[in-house]
Write a protein that binds this ligand. Structure first.
Ligand SMILES: Cc1ncc(C[n+]2csc(CCOP(=O)(O)OP(=O)(O)O)c2C)c(N)n1
Ligand SMILES: [Mg+2]
Length: 621
């Protein structure tokens, strides 16, 4: 019976946990990120110190380390992740945004925030939140709604029951997300005689569950009866490694595919039946086909409002849904016929049952024509050469065409995700890494680092706006420290291009969306003169240790991409772009409610437009 501290036992246990899918086995944890303080130094910190083969990594910000871990897990199709340790108080609460990002995106990460003394006699400890009503409360209780599993370890032997539960949730394709184990700082250091069997290697098999046979037969009848079927491919296609099965299914049946933010790359962009992005940030091709579709086959999608254009995307009065999803929760959405099961095996089974089924040739031709037209539109936007500042669309085109075709692009918030969803040409299923479940500003650089750690042989391109950059440039330092090269494209438009455009569409004239000095005691919107702030983000990046290339024109930008490719360390390409020139929307909408009463005529006008659009929102029963 080894006598170990709680922290030592925890780390020893994590080292012996493996996952296996399709015959491939790997350790579930790649190591542990952490920032130490009094809440974890003597416990987890000491345990990591005496276990060098479970690699410890520093981050600069606890939120960032969770983003690194989730992005890593995403690249690994959820088959591997990191543990993240923090001190108590602010170190712990910094991880809450990261936890929510992981859980919303259904990505596994194990969080180990330090917690207040279980023995209580020295309370309030530095950074303790006190309560008059209970001594069993701390800031770590805030993790509960953003975690898929939460526990507090108040006694050493609780680990025996808690850790297997944590692993069950982390490795479950259905339940996965953030798992939080709050670790009181005294309990972490307490010793216990743990049974040796607890540390034996354990392999968690990731199942490929099959959908109910009767539901499958019914789905086949629905598909055969449909005239205008459409597939909506979500992140589940990629996590399940179902992209080849999807291609086979599409080629056999002729059913075209629209892709969600997480699902982009499910089908290569130049496949004639790829309609590209669907929904609020979708292409003309996907959105036109969606409008008239009489059967939507959702595969691994949670139907976010961006995907459904706030429930306006599907306008056929009799449209029906068949949803393939590991989670019954998602399979049931839109009153669907749910095929609760793994995307790959379910698509394969459906393909077999539909061996003799084809869509009408005219329908297939329509999809192929729209695909080709969309490709022309991308070409047009890639070829714009805006002066004096380049457009975001042409810069995206440059990264896409001149960057490494086997590379990975990472992004999360701002105007870039919408433009990228439409314009990015995904050549392989891992090329388009958008965190758009939480769209968390500040994710980008940390997420880029996680992707690079997962796939060090690929070039990683982080596309980040100035607003997101200012929120969290910190992990540039970690990338330098650990020798993981990132190419960070920093698009500076002195504020929020995205929310500026949204503000204009709501009649609010860009209020609060620019990084400029106040004039006459107020921050100007589009109307004021807007004196620029003396901020030099390129110099900031250089100060963090990155190589920096400043460029102004498209040509300089193209050269910078070339130079960055040859560099062996993190390189920031700094470019200003036009704040007002955007990529248009394509027959879609996003519901952001407008003030019902206001003293502004533009807001009132926007409200009337909103009411008309709102009327198109569907309920599915
Ligand atoms: C943490 C966080 N806060 C606020 C928002 C709301 N938001 C979405 S985009 C955006 C502006 C992003 O600015 P920037 O990174 O410069 O990108 P740009 O819009 O200029 O392309 C804001 C404030 C968010 N997504 N995340
Ligand atoms: Mg900006």
């Amino acid at each position: 019976m080894p006598r170990l501290t709680v922290a030592q036992a925890l780390i020893a246990y994590l080292q012996t946990q493996y996952v296996e899918r399709d015959g491939t086995e790997n350790p579930f944890f790649a190591g542990c990120f952490g920032i130490f303080g009094h809440g974890n130094l003597a416990g987890i910190g000491q345990a990591l110190q005496q276990t060098p083969d479970f690699r410890y990594y520093q981050s600069r910000n606890e939120q960032a380390q969770v983003h690194i871990a989730t992005s890593y897990a995403k690249m690994k199709n959820r088959l591997q992740t990191f543990a993240c340790t923090s001190s108590i108080g602010p170190g712990a609460t910094n991880m809450i945004t990261g936890a929510a990002t992981a859980t919303v995106n259904r990505l596994p990460v194990l969080l180990l925030p330090g917690d207040i003394f279980a023995r209580r006699n020295v309370a309030p400890v530095l950074q303790q939140l006190e309560s008059e009503h209970s001594q069993d409360i701390s800031v770590n209780d805030c993790f509960k709604p953003v975690s898929r599993y939460w526990d507090r370890i108040s006694r050493p032997d609780q680990l025996l029951m808690t850790l297997p539960e944590a692993m069950r949730v982390l490795t479950s394709p259905v339940e996965t997300g953030a798992v939080t184990l709050a670790l009181p700082e005294d309990v972490q250091t307490e010793a216990f005689e743990y049974p040796r069997a607890f540390f034996e290697k354990r392999v968690w098999r990731i199942p490929r569950n099959r959908a109910d046979h009767g539901a499958l037969q019914e789905a086949v009848r629905w598909i055969r009866a449909s005239k205008r079927p459409l597939i909506v491919a979500g992140g589940g296609v990629i996590y399940s490694a179902a992209t080849e099965s999807l291609r086979g299914f599409v080629e056999r049946t002729g059913i075209p595919v629209g892709e969600t933010m997480a699902g982009k790359g499910s089908l290569v962009y130049d496949h004639p039946l790829s309609l590209g992005a669907i929904g609020a940030t979708g292409t003309s091709a996907a959105n036109r086909m969606a409008k008239d579709a009489d059967l939507v086959i959702g595969v691994g999608t949670r139907y976010s409002d961006f995907t459904t254009a706030s429930k306006t995307a599907f306008q056929d009065p009799d449209v029906r849904f068949v949803n393939i999803n590991v989670a019954g929760f998602d399979a049931a959405k839109h009153a669907a016929l749910g095929l609760t099961g793994d995307a790959r095996v379910t698509l394969d089974e459906l393909a077999e049952l539909l061996a003799d089924y084809r869509v009408e040739p005219s329908y297939r031709q329509q999809a192929e024509r729209l695909h080709a037209e969309w490709d022309q539109e991308v070409e047009r936007i890639y070829s714009v050469r805006l002066e004096p500042l380049p457009s975001q669309g042409e810069l995206i085109g440059a990264v896409n065409e001149l960057g490494d075709p086997q590379g990975v692009m990472v992004c999360a918030a701002g105007s870039l995700p919408g433009d990228l969803h439409k314009l990015w040409r995904a050549r392989h299923p891992k090329q388009y890494q958008l965190e758009y479940g939480f769209s968390c500003m500040g994710f980008e650089i940390a997420g880029g680092l996680g992707a690079k750690m997962a796939e060090p042989d690929r070039e990683v391109y982080v596309l980040v706006g100035d607003g997101s950059y200012l929120m969290m440039p910190s992990e540039i330092v970690t990338s330098i420290q650990e020798g993981y090269k990132l190419t960070i494209v920093l698009m500076d438009n002195a504020g929020f291009k995205s929310i500026g455009a949204l503000s204009r569409s709501l009649g609010q004239a860009g209020f609060g969306t620019r990084y400029v000095y106040p004039t006459n005691g107020a921050l100007p919107g589009d109307d004021g003169d807007g004196r620029t702030l003396p901020v030099d983000l390129a110099a900031n990046a250089a100060s963090l240790g990155a190589r920096v290339i400043r460029c102004r024109t498209y040509t300089e930008f193209a050269e910078a991409l070339e130079t960055a490719r040859g560099n062996d360390c993190t390189t920031v390409i700094y470019v200003q772009n036009d704040r007002l020139t955007g990529v248009p929307g394509y027959e879609s909408w996003w519901d952001v409610p407008v003030a019902e009463v206001s003293d502004s005529s533009t807001v009132n006008e926007a409200r009337r437009e909103w009411e008309a659009n709102r009327a198109r929102e569907r309920y599915f029963f």
